[in-house]
Design a protein around this ligand. Structure first.
Ligand SMILES: NC(=O)c1ccc[n+]([C@@H]2O[C@H](COP(=O)([O-])OP(=O)(O)OC[C@H]3O[C@@H](n4cnc5c(N)ncnc54)[C@H](OP(=O)(O)O)[C@@H]3O)[C@@H](O)[C@H]2O)c1
Length: 253
């Protein structure tokens, strides 16, 4: 199960998982978009399922889990990949804007973990991977809501890793640096050049190479490896630059 997998990194994860012979569930808020993504994968229709759900809604998350169990009988891997972000100076973010970002980036992750727990508990096995960001570790001017939510996800990963280890459920995270996707702001040549200039590798990651790392992490079967968020950023450890225009930058951005 890969949440938010009708586009971006999630779609590449779904593509790679299909290629490796896994049975895959693609999700989107839109059922039609999920169906189109499934068709684009060109996989055997018996092994790929497309479902629509707004992950901020508990009942839709519960229904998602039920539908997957009904179809495939079990859930071995659940990747919390869905996310949302808009850039704004902190003082311009309304309480509703704050809640919207925390809802999708943090609360939805908790709802998904909570909903899949009984399934993995019954199996006495299962792996959850939470996709985080290096924004969790350092200032991210223009995205205080996103950075705070991702930091909280890392904390959730640590605690669930400990709480659920006795059930054979591993909970780990991958904190990504910048990744190029079809919709990413790194398609803007100026933003991309500025970001690449700061990368030790001289480039930002592609979605398919990130997908490979996420699935490799999930494949580590040792129950001793849990509660850990791994930074995958090509060695990038510097302070993030503000994506806002200079006149809107916050102090220190
Ligand atoms: N790209 C980067 O540079 C980068 C860097 C660091 C971390 N990350 C992390 O990597 C992950 C994937 O990023 P991405 O760039 O591929 O993002 P993306 O293209 O924006 O994809 C995010 C997905 O989340 C889904 N989504 C948003 N709100 C949702 C909701 N309420 N319910 C269900 N699904 C919802 C969207 O699905 P629909 O629109 O189809 O509903 C979308 O496909 C995220 O966790 C992100 O924080 C990305």
């Amino acid at each position: 199960m890969i949440t938010g997998s009708a586009s971006g990194i999630g779609l590449e994860l779904a593509r790679l998982a299909c290629h490796r012979g896994m049975r895959v569930v693609v999700t989107s808020r839109s059922t039609d978009k999920a169906a189109a993504a499934v068709a684009s994968l060109g996989a055997d229709t018996g092994s790929v399922l497309g479902l629509g759900a707004d992950l901020r809604r508990e009942e839709e998350v519960e229904s998602l889990v039920e539908q997957v169990v009904q179809r495939f009988g079990r859930i071995d891997l659940w990747v919390n990949n869905a996310a949302g972000l808009f850039f704004a100076p902190a003082q311009d973010i309304t309480p509703n804007g704050w809640r919207a970002i925390v809802d999708v980036n943090l609360n939805a992750v908790f709802l998904c973990c909570r909903a899949v727990f009984p399934v993995m508990q019954r199996q006495s096995s299962g792996c959850i991977v939470n996709i985080s960001s290096i924004a969790a570790y350092r200032p991210h001017p223009g995205a205080v809501h996103y950075a705070a939510a991702k930091a909280a996800v890392n904390s959730l990963t640590q605690t669930l890793g400990v709480e659920w280890a006795p059930y054979g459920i591993r909970v780990n995270g991958v904190a990504l640096g910048p990744v190029l996707t079809a919709a990413s702001r790194f398609n803007d040549p100026d933003i991309r050049a500025a970001m690449e200039a700061e990368q030790p590798t001289g480039r930002i990651a592609t979605a398919d190479e990130v997908a490979d790392i996420v699935l490799s992490l999930a494949a580590i079967e040792s129950t001793y490896f849990t509660g850990e968020t791994v930074q995958v950023d090509g060695g990038y450890r510097s302070v993030l630059r503000s994506p806002l225009p200079a006149h809107q930058q916050t102090a220190g951005g």
